[in-house]
Every structure is written in structure tokens, then in C-alpha cells.
Write a protein that binds this ligand. Structure first.
Ligand SMILES: Cc1cc2nc3c(=O)[nH]c(=O)nc-3n(C[C@H](O)[C@H](O)[C@H](O)COP(=O)(O)OP(=O)(O)OC[C@H]3O[C@@H](n4cnc5c(N)ncnc54)[C@H](O)[C@@H]3O)c2cc1C
Length: 388
């Protein structure tokens, strides 16, 4: 039996951010943290790697410069319905920065280690049991006992399933492929996709796919590529829908690619709902284990944000020597992170449940200033408020 004070299960952005914020804000706790990660860095994580500005703001607050990681800067992001809609270009800076998760997560783990945080790779957690005065964590490398546990093990994580086995699950489906960047074909009836631009297209919504397709520039080992995908919140799951794969295949075909010639991968994304439980005594959840952004499935900045809020909760719990985590959900909801998540949850119901073509055209093409102002106030720009 190995005993530790703070066990963080999962070494993705949420687990690493929790550890890095603890080390920054409560340095006396640094040597008491152990992260267990089932893979070895640099490990594969299915993700388009789009980093919004709030992610960079949180990383800057930790003294980290993400430009150290290979990346592609997106000059303009388009939010379209069937090829036409809103273009977001911020003069003098990028709209989104695209990283590869194997590189980004390995970099973040290295930064955590440099700050004295212990990470053990290749240890898979099998079960988590919260007891009155400790938490038992069964792994394939034996049993660990901890004063507290942070469940940072993602959308399918074993921590949430162990501690909240009957909690409702709101999960999106996402499929992703990579294609070469150089032979982008112009799409009939659609504007050509520009190499520095990212595209989100909500055309599948009237067909009961409550989501969008995306097309981002990216790089793999320095070679320019495009990352394409489709996201469906499942908010319209009761209605008949085309297969997600078929819709993505049609979108790729419009741009000259054959889905059968590229490797298709899929992964669920658990999204935030105000109903989601976040903790039980001695165990709290962060990142996808609680829930990502429901509108886009955007979860990297959100995972980094959960880390900041969880670190405050943990630091104060150690100060009070009281680990009920009763106030954690209220702390999350009161924070700038919670406010953006609540707004995004509400907006997802509007965008996806009013699914008719006329509404989608109105939203993405006709009331652009309303959408941009709403996004600016309620969706974006929360990272700085979280830091202050
Ligand atoms: C197809 C797709 C595209 C996406 N694109 C974007 C995007 O462009 N931008 C964006 O912001 N978000 C995107 N997301 C969402 C984003 O990937 C997640 O929100 C984010 O990774 C959440 O971070 P996390 O740390 O909570 O979980 P994860 O990144 O899933 O990390 C969990 C970690 O826990 C480890 N782990 C899991 N189980 C165990 C276990 N039993 N024992 C030990 N370790 C374990 C895993 O190996 C992993 O390292 C996308 C997701 C998908 C599926």
C-alpha cells in the first residue's frame, strides 16, 4: 500500500493544471502531490488541438509560454451555416492557436516536473473508493491510499464512474480525421477554405445533428495538415439522424477528400450541465470528468480553468483540515469558468434545439453583431477574470 496526500488521477490538461496551480499558490503542498497517468508521454489524445485565447491567458498566469510547443496560428475563424456566416479576425493576433495534444501535454507534464511535481506514467487506475478518512485507489500497479483524490481522467474516466455511478451523463460524439493540407479542393457551392483559416459549419443542425463540422489547419511533425471533424452534442438524439460518419464523408467529399482513404477516429466528450455533480467527500473532479463546453466541445481552456478552481478548493481544504468538498460546485459555478460554462450550456440549448434552417441562417448570417457581442461577453474573455 502506497500512501500519498494528494493523488491526481490523469495527466491531461486538467490534472496538470490542478497540480501547477497548487504548486504556484500553495507551494508547501507541491511535494505532497502525485499524478498517476496510464499512458507514457508523448501520448496520443484525440483532439483537434484548437487553443482559444483564454487557455493562453491561464498558461501565462502559470508563467508558461505555449509558443514553445509546435503550433499553427489561425488568422481567421469562420462560424458558418452551409458555407457562409461570421468571420472572426482579431487584428494583430491569431484567432485560435492549434497544437497537437501529444506535444502539448508532454510539454505541460515536463513543466510540472520542473516545478517539483511527481508524475508516474504507465499506471492505470481501476477503481476509486472514498472512505471516511482516506481514499483507496486500485491500480494495475497496486493499491494507493490518499487523503484526497482529484479525478482528472477525462470523459470516460474511472473516477467519476466509481464515485458517482448513477449520475446523469451528457456526452457528445466527435469524429476526427487528418488530411494533407496541400491539395485542398475548392468546394462546389462553398467558398474555398483558406490555408490559415479555421471553419466551423453548423449545416448539420436541421438534420438533427446538434453540432457542427470543423476544418482546422494543423501540423504533424512539422508537416502542414488539415484536421477535420464532426461534433454532435446528442441534444437531438430522440429524432432520426443521418450517421455522423456519412455527414463528415459528404463534407470531406465537397473538399476533394475521400473519407475511406484516411483514418477515422472517434471519442466521446462529456459536456457541462448545471446538473453534473462535481465531488463527493475527499474526491473532486476536474476537466472532462465534470464537463467541457457544450456548444463546441471546447475543453482544453476549460480543463486548465478547472485546475485553477480546484487548486483553490484543495489549498483551503488543507488549511482547514476538512475535505468534504461541499462547497466545490458552488465555487466552480461562481467563478468566471462556471459563468462561461453556464452561459454556454444555455446557449447550446438555443443554438441546437431551435434547429430549423431559417433560425440557423438568421443566427449565423443575419444577426452577426448580436452573436459576436454575446460570444464576446458570455463565452470568451473569462480566463483573465479567473486569474484575478
Ligand atoms: C475529437 C475531439 C476533438 C477535440 N477538439 C478540441 C479542440 O480543438 N479544442 C479544445 O479545447 N478541446 C477539444 N476537445 C476536447 C478536449 O480534448 C478535452 O476537453 C480535454 O482533453 C479535457 O482535458 P482533461 O485533462 O479533462 O482530459 P483528457 O485530456 O482526456 O486527459 C485525461 C488523462 O487521464 C488519463 N487517464 C484516463 N483514464 C485513466 C486511468 N484509468 N488511469 C490513469 N490515467 C488515466 C488519460 O491517459 C489522459 O492523459 C476535443 C475532443 C475530441 C474528442
Amino acid at each position: 500500500m502506497q500512501q500519498h496526500d494528494i493523488l491526481i488521477l490523469g495527466g491531461g490538461p486538467s490534472g496538470l493544471s490542478t497540480a501547477l496551480h497548487l504548486a504556484r499558490d500553495f507551494p508547501h503542498l507541491t511535494s505532497r502531490i502525485l499524478i498517476l497517468e496510464k499512458e507514457h508521454y508523448p501520448r496520443v489524445k484525440l483532439c483537434a488541438g484548437g487553443l482559444v485565447a483564454d487557455a493562453e491567458v491561464i498558461l501565462e498566469g502559470l508563467g508558461l509560454d505555449v509558443t514553445e510547443v509546435p503550433h499553427v496560428d489561425v488568422d481567421t475563424a469562420h462560424f458558418d451555416f452551409a458555407g457562409r456566416g461570421i468571420s472572426l479576425h482579431i487584428p494583430g493576433t491569431h484567432a485560435i492557436r492549434v497544437i497537437r495534444r501529444n506535444e502539448f501535454d508532454a510539454w505541460l507534464a515536463e513543466k510540472a516536473r520542473e516545478r517539483g511535481i511527481e508524475i508516474r506514467e504507465g499506471i492505470k487506475v481501476r477503481e476509486v473508493r472514498a472512505n471516511e478518512d482516506h481514499v483507496t485507489v486500485e491500480t494495475d500497479a497496486g493499491t494507493f491510499e490518499a487523503l484526497i483524490v482529484v479525478g482528472a481522467d477525462g470523459s470516460n474516466g474511472v473516477t467519476r464512474r466509481s464515485i458517482l455511478p448513477h449520475a446523469p451523463i451528457y456526452t457528445a460524439r466527435a469524429l476526427e480525421v487528418l488530411t494533407p493540407a496541400n491539395d485542398l479542393a475548392p468546394a462546389p457551392g462553398k467558398a474555398d477554405h483558406h490555408k490559415d483559416h479555421a471553419y466551423f459549419d453548423f449545416f448539420p443542425v436541421p438534420d438533427n445533428i446538434a453540432g457542427y463540422t470543423w476544418d482546422f489547419p494543423t501540423q504533424v511533425n512539422g508537416q502542414a495538415m488539415r484536421c477535420w471533424g464532426i461534433y454532435d452534442t446528442n441534444l437531438l438524439a430522440g429524432d432520426s439522424r443521418p450517421a455522423l460518419k456519412e455527414v463528415l464523408a459528404q463534407e470531406l467529399e465537397r473538399h476533394g477528400f475521400d473519407l475511406d482513404s484516411v483514418e477515422l477516429k472517434g471519442h466521446p466528450i462529456r459536456w457541462f450541465s448545471p446538473e453534473n455533480q462535481m465531488a463527493v467527500p475527499r474526491v473532486l473532479l476536474v476537466g472532462d470528468a465534470v464537463g467541457a463546453d457544450p456548444i463546441f466541445g471546447e475543453g482544453i481552456s476549460i480543463a486548465l480553468g478547472y485546475g485553477a478552481v480546484a487548486a483553490k478548493e484543495i489549498g483551503e481544504s488543507f488549511r482547514r483540515d476538512q475535505f468534504s468538498f461541499k462547497g466545490y460546485k458552488a465555487r466552480v459555478l461562481r467563478s468566471a469558468l462556471g459563468q462561461t460554462l453556464l452561459s454556454r450550456w444555455f446557449l447550446a440549448q438555443v443554438i441546437y434545439l431551435i434547429k430549423w434552417r431559417w433560425f440557423q441562417i438568421l443566427l449565423w448570417r443575419l444577426v452577426k453583431p448580436v452573436v459576436v457581442i454575446t460570444a464576446w461577453i458570455f463565452v470568451l474573455n473569462w480566463g483573465r477574470r479567473l486569474r484575478s
